[in-house]
Design a protein around this ligand. Structure first.
Ligand code: PLP
Length: 410
């Protein structure tokens, strides 16, 4: 359960000074938080042969990937481009899991050529894969266990109407394809969605995997996906990874006994590793009073942090320039010509124009979902690493915006 804290420093460095040095809007990540989250998982699952595959899509900066690698994790990539980012960051191909959805067979072949682990989630491509490669290339199969998990329907991907995975009800079809082409299935995978609270959901997904696994004699690993919930507001219930770790470890060890061999247990956390490391620092352009509300208009918006508008996500927010001031009620909104409420009806220390406003838990699905909507430029990114604030992505400029436009002579 997170407390409502208003950090003014990361690793002893002032956030205000960082904002001054690199400008706003700015994404800042605390590298120590990322490595300590990896260590927490390693500790929680110490009883199994654990492999962590960080879900790149949460925050795909190459320096962050390198940090993740230095802490002993691999990566999960959902596109060929994320595979390439992983390779650029120095991961060995066998440390990269490629879990695409509805991509072309050509893209899958590209991933095969790069030597990464392939995870397939539909029958037609599985059959095509078998036809092309037979038993030459090991492959993992993504199973949809049909478990309703996750905070809401938008982020739950394991349910019956979900487009992800091959339905567990189609297991016989899977087995037929595998045997028709003599395929080498070395992994089974489930990922049921984001914001999974408790061990029970993991165990439910696990039980589906355990049962199916008995039909696949060549397995090396079972992949339980990601989805550990982190706290976004004070009082939020969060996943207790130590409880999940101990329960899943016990069930997994039991499974390995009946399987007859020790397999690796893979996890693909995204949010859990990077969400709490991240801060989005923005500047107040205007404080605007209406008869009803007081708006804090900032130099950012849904183009930089889309989660509040897309998922109704709650991000804690505070006034960095006036930490101890008198609390007043505000709506923090962006500068986009669209309703882009970043934080509604919040108590902030009195805000004046020029004040720096900080959004917490902005590490996951923050920058990676940022866009150029309204022809706005994307922010810079800074990683605080070994007590130093390092620029890891330059702020975009106008040239970046027009770079790929082909201007006709009209
Ligand atoms: C998005 C995703 C994850 C990570 O989900 P989080 O909620 O960020 O932990 C893991 N595996 C796959 C296949 C994903 O698509």
């Amino acid at each position: 359960m997170p407390e409502a804290t208003k950090p003014s420093q990361i690793q002893g460095l002032s956030l205000e000074a960082i904002a001054q040095e690199f400008g706003t809007p700015l994404y800042v990540y605390d590298g120590n938080k990322i490595t300590s989250q990896i260590q927490a998982l390693q500790t929680a699952f110490a009883g199994v042969n654990l492999k962590i595959k960080y879900a790149t899509k949460a925050l795909s900066n190459i320096s962050v990937l390198k940090l993740v690698k230095s802490a002993g994790a691999g990566v999960d990539a959902v596109s060929i481009e994320e595979v390439r980012l992983g390779l650029l960051a120095g991961f060995q191909p066998n440390e990269i899991m490629y879990t695409p959805n509805c991509v072309s067979f050509e893209e899958v072949q590209e991933a095969v050529n790069l030597g990464v682990m392939i995870n397939l989630d539909n029958l037609p491509i599985l059959a095509q894969f078998g036809q092309e490669y037979g038993n030459q290339i090991p492959v993992c199969i993504r199973i949809n266990p049909h478990i309703m998990a996750g905070g809401n329907a938008k982020i739950s991907v394991g349910h019956i109407h979900s487009k992800f995975g091959i339905s567990i009800h189609q297991l016989d079809d899977i087995l037929k394809v595998v045997s028709d082409y003599g395929m080498l299935i070395t992994g089974l995978h489930v990922h049921t969605g984001s914001d999974i609270l408790d061990a029970e959901v993991f165990l439910k997904g696990g039980n589906v995997l355990f049962e199916a696994a008995m039909k696949f004699p060549d397995l090396k690993f079972l992949d339980f996906g990601g989805g550990f919930k982190v706290g976004y507001k004070p009082g939020d219930v969060t996943t207790d990874v130590f409880q999940v770790g101990s329960k899943v470890t016990e069930a997994f060890q039991e499974f390995c006994k009946s399987y007859g061999r020790n397999l690796e247990l893979w996890l693909e956390p995204g949010k859990f590793l990077v969400s709490e490391s991240g801060y989005l620092i923005v500047k107040t352009n205007v404080v605007k009073q209406t008869p009803q509300l007081t708006f804090v208009g900032v130099d950012s918006g849904l183009n930089h942090l889309i989660r509040p508008m897309l998922y109704d996500a709650y991000h804690e927010v505070y006034n960095l320039s006036n930490i101890e001031g008198n609390p007043k009620s505000y709506n923090v909104v962006g500068y986009i010509c669209e309703t882009d409420t970043l934080a509604a009806d919040r108590m902030l220390s009195e805000v004046n124009s020029g004040d720096l406003i900080v959004f917490k838990n902005a590490g996951a699905y923050g920058f990676s979902m940022a866009s150029n909507y309204n022809s706005r430029l994307r922010p810079a990114e800074v990683l605080v690493f070994k007590n130093q604030a390092k620029l890891i992505r330059k702020r975009e400029d106008f040239d970046d915006l027009v770079r790929n436009q082909v201007v006709l002579d009209i």
